[in-house]
Every structure is written in C-alpha cells, then in structure tokens.
Design a protein around this ligand. Structure first.
Ligand SMILES: NC(=O)c1ccc[n+]([C@@H]2O[C@H](COP(=O)([O-])OP(=O)(O)OC[C@H]3O[C@@H](n4cnc5c(N)ncnc54)[C@H](OP(=O)(O)O)[C@@H]3O)[C@@H](O)[C@H]2O)c1
Length: 330
C-alpha cells in the first residue's frame, strides 16, 4: 500500500478567492462539499453547488452556511445538474451563462463508480458521468467563461477536472490495452466488467485533457486554464455502490493511508488557483510537477489525441459545432 502525504497546504487564500464566483459539481458530499466549504470560508462571492439531488444540495448548503458563516446570504446557491443527461448539462451551462457575471473556476468533481452495468445517453454510466458529460460541460462552459472574463478585470478562469491516478495502475493499463483502439466502444461492451470502468474513465480523462490543453494554447490568447487534479485516496462514500468485499478492501486502505475529504479537497482548491503552468497537467498533493504521471501517459501524444477525438466525436453528436466553438479563439 503506497503511503501518501496528509495535512496538505491550503493554497487558496482570501486574496485569491474573495468576491469570486465558483462552480463545484457533485458538491453535496465528500471532496466536493469540502471544497465548496473552503471557498465559502475564504470569502467567495458565489459558490454554485451543482448537484443532481436538490434535497441533498439544500442540506449541503445549510451545512456550509452554518460552518462558513454565510447563512442568510445567497453566497451558496444550489443548482440542479444530472451528468447522466446531456440536456441537463446544457441547461446548467445556459443558466450559468445567463445568471453569472463572472466564473473564476469550475471544479468538475462529480463522479461515480458502479458495480452493475447501467446506461445513460447510450453509454455505461461512469463513462457518461465521469468523462462525456464532464467534457461536454467543459466544452460548453469554456467560451462562456472566456467571454465573461473579458468583461471583468483580473479574471483568469480555470476548469478543474477531478481525476485519479488510480487510472495509472497496472491492472487498468492492461485493461486499456484491450480497448485503446476505440475506448468508448470498449467500455460500453457487455463483456466489460462494470467495476473496471471507473479506473478506465480516470485514465481516459488524463489522456484527453493533455491533448485538449495543447489545442487551447497559448493560455494568454484562449483565456482559460484547464487542469486535472487527483485528490489522492480520500475517505468518502464513493464506493457505496460496490460489492462488500471491494468496500472492505477500500476501508482497509482508508484506515492505512486515507486522507479526510477535507484534506483531499485542498487539491481541488490548488487546481482552482494554479497558474498557466498547470495547463494540461495533473496536479497531485498540492505540489508542482507531475511525479505521479507515468511516461506511458505523459509521452503518448498519439493516444492523447485519439482519446480526445473519441470524446469530441461524441460531444459533436450531442451538440453539433460545440468543439469548434470552444476552439474558436485558439
Ligand atoms: N475518494 C477518493 O479516494 C477519490 C480518489 C480519486 C478521485 N476521486 C474523485 O473525486 C470526485 C468526488 O468523489 P468523492 O470521493 O467525494 O465521492 P462522493 O462523495 O460519492 O462524491 C461524488 C459526487 O458526485 C455526484 N454525482 C454522481 N453521479 C452524478 C450525476 N449523474 N450527476 C451529478 N452528480 C453526480 C454525487 O452525487 P450524489 O450524492 O447524488 O450521488 C456526489 O455528490 C469523483 O470524481 C471521484 O472520482 C475520489
């Protein structure tokens, strides 16, 4: 079992966050909830909790308001978004475009792992939620963020995708070998064990974001920093829908090396304040550099491009022209 650093530094400060506007998806629980709480405590002007379940979202708002001293204000807002539905993602982005004056960072944290094969938008759910809808949101929001940033002095928007180095494990690498020619088809195949798809989605994110970031340079021109973070192994309820023996194994690992959700959330804040040097990179443990990204991911630009193109094709089918609009200024 690999050890990991705990008690991470909080790199976001009142100076970097005060009065700013943030979106955090999957913010009703776990790491996303703690990231939103930090942002509120640091004086953010608005923190949008993007949640699929409004009741859970309102409970999270009450919890944050109580601890961050934002009760009675509209700093914390609960907005519905279900990443199982492209229409829901579109509606969420439209609302952000219509209602927010500025968007300083979007933390795309919502994610899931399942042990049964369930479908959404024609794909297995972890693929739809962790990858396809996550990138659809990024692609639709990016031009919106860019335009809003032009109107407010000093805004350098960030899109932070919450990934995981779990996708670099040897078993996932071996599974990827079997599907890498067409990862979407491979993951959707009925023969693919549902529990394997989570790690594969995280690997897919790591490949795709590197190519996407290369399409979006220089940051001074495209205006938006896109990075990926790994929160490390954190004690959350992410594995709630997995078999008992898997849960037991995870609980042993949590006890040995797990970070609290609050500690892990500091990595999300790192992504939200990191500079242009983080563009296309995977940030880990609030540190500079990418010691945790293996060369077979870092250096394989062909695979990065192929993975991005597979995702982009799907997004173009869902929303024709969306990728071209995003790339318009690059
Ligand atoms: N925990 C770890 O060790 C670890 C390690 C590496 C990466 N991560 C990543 O960290 C992120 C947060 O996970 P967590 O550990 O904090 O687990 P979590 O508490 O289960 O948080 C996941 C969040 O995603 C939301 N979500 C799931 N499906 C959704 C959908 N269709 N639409 C909108 N929201 C949806 C969940 O909402 P509901 O409450 O409604 O289900 C929940 O708020 C995930 O992306 C995960 O892959 C976690």
């Amino acid at each position: 079992m690999v050890s990991q650093r705990r008690n991470l530094p909080l790199l976001a400060t009142p100076e970097t966050c005060s009065g700013r506007t943030y979106i955090v998806t999957g913010a009703n629980s776990g790491i996303g909830l703690e990231a939103a709480r930090h942002l509120a405590s640091l004086g953010a002007g608005k923190v949008i909790l993007g949640v699929r379940n409004l009741v859970a979202g309102e409970a999270a708002k009450r919890d944050i308001d109580e601890s961050a001293g934002t009760a009675g204000t509209d700093v914390i807002q609960v907005w519905q978004v279900d990443l199982c539905s492209y229409d829901s993602v579109r509606a969420f982005v439209k609302r952000a475009a219509d209602e927010l004056d500025r968007i300083d960072a979007v933390i795309e944290n919502a994610g899931l792992t399942l042990s049964v094969r369930e479908m959404a938008e024609g794909h297995v759910k972890p693929l739809t939620v962790n990858v396809l809808s996550t990138f659809l949101m990024a692609v639709l929001l990016l031009p919106v963020m860019r335009e809003k940033a032009k109107k407010v002095e000093g805004v350098v928007p960030r899109i932070v995708v919450v990934g995981s180095t779990y996708g670099f494990e040897a078993t996932c690498k071996a599974d990827w070998e079997g599907i890498k020619e067409d990862p979407i088809k491979g993951m959707d195949d009925e023969g693919m064990a549902p529990l394997k798809t989570y790690a594969l989605t995280k690997l897919m994110e790591a490949f795709a974001i590197r190519h996407l970031a290369r399409e979006l340079v220089p940051v001074e021109k495209t205006g938006v920093i896109v990075n990926l973070i790994c929160p490390g192994l954190c004690i959350t309820n992410l594995v709630r829908s997995t078999p008992q023996d898997f849960k037991d194994m995870m609980h042993q690992m949590y006890a040995a090396v797990g970070r609290t959700a609050e500690d892990g959330s500091r990595t999300l804040l790192h992504g939200a304040v990191a500079g242009p040097e983080s563009h296309g990179k995977l940030l880990h443990s609030c540190e500079d550099g990418e010691p945790d990204v293996p060369d077979w991911v870092k250096d394989d630009t062909t695979m990065q491009k192929r993975t991005w193109e597979a995702i982009a094709n799907e997004l173009e089918t869902a929303e024709p022209g969306c990728v071209a609009r995003m790339l318009d200024c690059a």
